[in-house]
Design a protein around this ligand. Structure first.
Ligand SMILES: [Zn+2]
Length: 106
């Protein structure tokens, strides 16, 4: 029997992460090698210890993204990545800056 039922749970999470990265304009190339192909390689939890800017120990769900060429890894906090963008944030985000640059270059 094909493992479709088990794979579909992870496919759904991966597709949600990819859609959120696209929706929020997270499309810059790899900061180490400049390539533009990435994979979602997992959703590991990050344990934050109390102290500094964290007021209590907390488990932070993350998405782990890897560059397909050099393997550079980066993480996104899923709580922030998967939430819909607030209008005020979208207006001051990189997308707005990119639009201003495009207007200035036109
Ligand atoms: Zn890379």
């Amino acid at each position: 029997m094909a493992p479709a039922a088990t794979a579909s749970i992870y496919d759904t999470i991966t597709n949600q992460i990819i859609a959120a990265l696209e929706r929020k304009g997270v499309d810059l190339p790899c900061p180490r090698c400049g390539h533009t192909a990435f994979d979602v390689v997992g959703e590991p939890d990050l344990l934050l210890k109390e102290g500094g800017w964290v007021t209590s120990s907390e488990v932070l769900p993350t998405a782990l993204i890897a560059c397909r060429w050099c393997g550079f890894l980066c993480r996104h906090a899923l709580r922030v990545l998967l939430e819909p963008p607030a209008p005020a944030v979208a207006d001051t985000g990189r997308g707005a800056d990119a639009a201003r640059v495009a207007q200035a270059e036109a």
